[in-house]
Every structure is written in C-alpha cells, then in structure tokens.
Design a protein around this ligand. Structure first.
Ligand code: NAP
Length: 252
C-alpha cells in the first residue's frame, strides 16, 4: 500500500519507523523543508511544498498513492487544509494524527492570544525580558515591540530582515527537561514566556519551569485545522491504514 505521510513532527517520525518496518507499506515522508538538516528517517523523504491543493492532488495521482496521513504540526493549518481538499479531489482516505493541546493547570498563569502579533502587543509598554519559544517564521511579529529584550530558541537561525533589535538566538532542538529549562529562564533573567500550545512532551518542560518559577506565559492559540479521520497516535494510524488497504472493508 502506497502511503504519503505529511510530517515535520515527532509523531510523523514515529509513524515513519512503524511503516518502514511493515512490509505492507511503501511510504514516503514529506517535509516542508523548514530545517536544513532534518533528522535521519528510515524511509523515502521528499522535501518542499507541493504547489497548493492542485500540486498535492497531482503528486498523489503521479505516485499512485493509496492513502495519506497528516501528521503535521498543530499550527501547520495550511498544509492540513490542502490535504483535506486534495484527498477529496483524488478520492483518497486521509487520516490525521491530532496531538492534544496542553491544559492550563491551577498554578499556571496563561494569557491566551490569537496570533504572534497579538502576543507582541500583549507584552505591553514596560520593557521586559521575553523568552520566545516559537518557530523562526514567527519572530518578525516582535519587531513591532522593540522596547523588550528577547531570547528566542529556534532550530535554525532566522533570516528575516525585520527582527526585534535586541534578539538573542539560542539554537537548539528539543526535547528539553524541566531543570535545564528552569536554569535557562533564571540565567537569562526572563520575565515572561511566549509559546505556542504545541502539546506533547518534547517542549512541555518550559511550561512546567514557568509554573515552578511563577512566570507568566502568553500562549498563542492553535489555529483551526481541518482533519480527515482523527487518529490518536502513530500506532492507531498504522491500524487505520491496514483497514484502508485495497480489499479491506474500508479500502474497497
Ligand atoms: P503551513 O502554513 O501549514 O504550510 C505552508 C506551506 O508549506 C504549505 O501550503 C505547503 O506548501 C508547505 N508545507 C507545509 N508542511 C509541509 C509538508 N509536511 N510537506 C510538504 N510541504 C509542506 O505550515 P508551515 O508554514 O510549515 O508552518 C506553520 C506553523 O507551524 C509555523 O508556526 C511553524 O512554526 C509551525 N511548525 C511547522 C513545522 C513543519 O514541519 N512544517 C514544524 C513545527 C512547527 P504547498 O502549498 O506548496 O504544498
């Protein structure tokens, strides 16, 4: 069975390992190309955009795909919308691995805002030391609030021209643990954190460290993301794909 996995996440990598070890599947992992040195994967990789819905639908036809799994990041809403439309057009089953968001606990001080621009405005006028735990694509929004000093942790060094004037970049890739996050926040004398609600365990330690240090978090809300058949985990995705195989009840 030929499967396209839309990736860029821990779940996509775990699914790639499961599919590579199962002779029923001939799978390709697709990455957006946001990082120049992605983690090694056990199956074929393709990198870069497809060219919208039409490009993806064409790719699926050319490659004779039988099914698609959307295992993209919770904030990659455009890719998910394209997957829904292209699978409908190509008549293919689409499963979507949906990672649950983090829930605010009693001792958490979160302010939820809709966008990175709103997060920059919510920081207020008084200069603060701000930890930005965001992708490099989102950093430019903070150029509009140049009174703050920023520490941003990204996988790649950002290239945008419009960045805040006092921005320190820490290049690192998760997972991170709570003690090292607490040490980092203390060392950088951080007053406030801006984060996405990515969910999962790999980047949750900063939220725990913020709770421990009594630091407020500005949380950028998740975008609405269209889905196919909702799947809870890579293992569930494999079981669902088996049911989609030509000749099975779902695949006929
Ligand atoms: P997006 O806004 O959903 O996608 C924009 C375009 O990038 C898509 O229309 C598609 O181009 C291409 N694309 C995205 N994912 C792809 C994939 N797996 N394979 C092939 N092409 C892909 O997503 P984004 O721009 O990557 O990121 C949106 C937000 O998600 C950002 O805030 C980012 O920090 C966060 N995020 C993304 C990733 C990731 O791996 N993409 C990982 C972590 C966090 P075409 O229309 O040309 O097909």
């Amino acid at each position: 069975m030929r499967v396209l996995v839309l990736g860029g996440t821990t779940e996509a990598s775990a699914l790639a390992t499961l599919l590579a070890g199962d002779p029923h599947f001939d799978a390709t992992l697709s990455l957006a190309g946001r990082t120049s040195s992605p983690r090694p994967q056990p199956l074929a990789i393709r990198v870069g955009g497809f060219g919208g819905v039409e490009g993806l639908a064409q790719w699926l036809r050319n490659e004779k795909a039988d099914a698609v799994i959307d295992a993209t990041h919770p904030y990659a809403a455009q890719m998910s919308a394209n997957a829904v439309a292209a699978c409908a057009q190509a008549g293919l089953p689409l499963g979507s691995i949906v990672r649950p968001p983090w829930r605010r606990l009693e001792d958490d001080s979160w302010r939820i805002v809709p966008t990175a621009e709103a997060a920059a405005a919510a920081l207020g006028k008084t200069p603060l030391r701000v930890f930005l735990s965001l992708g490099r694509q989102d950093l430019h929004a903070f150029a509009a609030a140049p009174q703050h000093r920023y520490v941003a942790r990204t996988i790649e060094v950002p290239e945008q021209a419009a960045l805040p004037p006092t921005l320190k970049i820490l290049q690192a890739r998760g997972p991170f643990d709570r003690d090292s996050e607490a040490r980092l926040l203390a060392k950088e004398e951080i007053d406030i954190i801006v984060s996405k609600n990515s969910g999962g365990t790999a980047t949750y330690a900063k939220i725990e460290a913020a709770r421990e240090l009594d630091l407020p978090v500005i949380m950028i809300a998740r975008p609405d993301k269209p889905t196919g058949h909702v799947l809870g985990s890579p293992t569930e995705a494999v079981a669902w794909l088996h049911g989609c195989a030509p000749g099975s009840r779902r695949g006929v």
